[in-house]
Ligand binder design. Structure first.
Ligand code: AMP
Ligand code: MG
Length: 419
């Protein structure tokens, strides 16, 4: 069934939108388009779970020993602390004899507890004389045993729908014995670089040309988003070419991403293409770096026109493309955690009315950790990105930053990106 991602253009999208406006626009207007497929657990890292995983059995399935040592009934010890070792139980074996009072079993980590036993003694603490075990004072009933169902009970939700699967989630599902799960399919995302001056690395540079860093920047980020990034290459600033390419891609892809050409220059055709072919929702966002940004819909495809400057393209991917992908994939998206940290820099004049994202990192000073910023602010300076480990967010109402003022630091890892 056709899915309308945006029903209509939003009024707020006409003028200058705030950061929150655009976040809300994405949250409220983007639906789930990714289909569902059955995935083997070993291929599911990074995928979004399409349905709750319910535990089909208890984990652990049986009570077992947490140590190499000796199992017995704690109540036995009231009569005597000397017990007779009557059986040996290895991991994987099923004990057949019930343990009577006064008896102990030699047992190994992970082995099933014999009937009648409720406590294990570590072999390091055991004094054994032939077939007699001497149990020292102080061992508590139930010590060193793992109870059936203590981790998960049959019927428990192991991992809920919409969760992005990482190592911990995959391990948890595996313990229940489930080997295949229902996940959202990878989104098909076309990526276009635009610009008469832009060529791909590896080619010879003519005067006036620059190398396409955006593609590699975003291709690297895409590795953490469980999408198929389809490289369309570099399009020259030609209206016809841009219109026809975008129209074609809108029929075959869930998302079209472009960098550059989204401003008001005479050779910027991205906005015009969106208006002519679909709906333009939002552009001119009050953030820095990150202008110009265009969000729209062409047919069933979402169009995200990112800025040409590499740092701005990187920023807008983190801030807008990542939640957008999450909504399209049915993922539970939560805003990245902001950590208030004293500024290790000062910024006497910050323009109010827009949100700024400085590239930065944490350093340890004599007074504890401080947030440092890359000294130069230009949104074309890619060295600021390689130096940084996160973004420093300055809210719209901030007009200056003094050394020691608390600023919000957002580690890159909070966006779920690998690097
Ligand atoms: P534009 O929005 O097209 O005017 O581009 C803004 C700036 O970003 C210009 O300096 C472009 O040369 C630069 N730029 C555009 N695309 C890329 C790209 N793929 N890689 C690096 N820089 C780019
Ligand atoms: Mg351009």
């Amino acid at each position: 069934m056709p899915h309308k991602l945006f029903e209509q253009a939003c009024e707020q999208s006409k003028g200058l939108a705030t950061f929150d406006d655009v976040q809300n626009l994405l949250r409220d207007h983007i639906g789930v388009v990714a289909g569902v497929e059955t995935v083997d657990l070993k291929n599911a890292c990074g995928a979004i779970l399409a349905e709750d995983v319910i535990a089909p059995r208890n984990v652990p399935a049986f009570s077992n020993s947490a140590i190499d040592g000796y199992a017995f009934a704690s109540a036995s010890l009231e009569a005597s602390r000397k017990l007779e070792i009557t059986q040996e139980i290895f991991a994987g074996a099923v004990p057949t004899e019930t343990l009577e009072k006064g008896q102990a079993a030699r047992i190994y980590t992970g082995a099933v507890m014999p009937q009648g036993a409720d406590t294990c003694l570590m072999q390091e603490n055991a004094v054994v004389d032939g077939r007699v075990l001497n149990v020292p004072q102080g061992i508590k009933q139930g010590a060193n045993t793992r109870h059936a169902g203590e981790d998960l009970n049959v019927g428990d939700v192991v991992i809920s729908k919409g969760t992005r699967l990482g190592a911990a989630e995959l391990g948890a599902i595996a313990t229940t014995g489930i080997g295949t799960i229902q996940c959202r399919k990878r989104l098909k995302v076309a990526i276009i670089s635009t610009g008469d001056e832009v060529i791909r690395p590896g080619e010879d540079l003519e005067p006036g040309q620059i190398y396409d860093s955006n593609f590699h920047l975003l291709n690297g980020l895409a590795q953490s988003s469980y999408i198929i990034l389809d490289d369309i290459g570099v399009l020259v600033d030609d209206e016809q070419l841009i219109f026809s390419t975008i129209e074609r891609l809108s029929q075959s892809h869930d998302v079209i991403l472009s960098t550059g050409g989204a401003s008001v220059g005479d050779k910027d055709f991205i906005i015009a293409a969106m208006e002519a072919l679909g709906i333009l929702h939002s552009w001119k966002i009050a953030i820095k770096p990150g202008r110009p940004l265009a969000i729209g819909q062409i047919g069933e495809a979402i169009f995200l026109g990112l800025p040409g400057n590499p740092v701005a393209a990187f920023n807008t991917w983190l801030l807008f493309a990542i939640p957008m992908f999450a909504y399209l994939q049915g993922a539970n998206w939560v805003p990245p955690q902001r950590y208030p940290i004293p500024a290790g820099f000062s910024m006497p004049n910050k323009k109010t009315g827009r949100r700024e994202f400085l590239r930065g990192w944490i350093e340890n000073s004599d007074n504890g950790p401080v947030a440092c910023k890359f000294e130069r602010d230009g949104s074309g300076l890619i060295s600021g990105l390689t130096r940084s480990s996160g973004l420093i967010e300055l809210a719209e109402n901030v007009s200056e930053v003094k050394q020691g003022t608390l600023v919000n630091f957002i580690p890159f890892s909070e966006f779920g990106i690998a690097s």
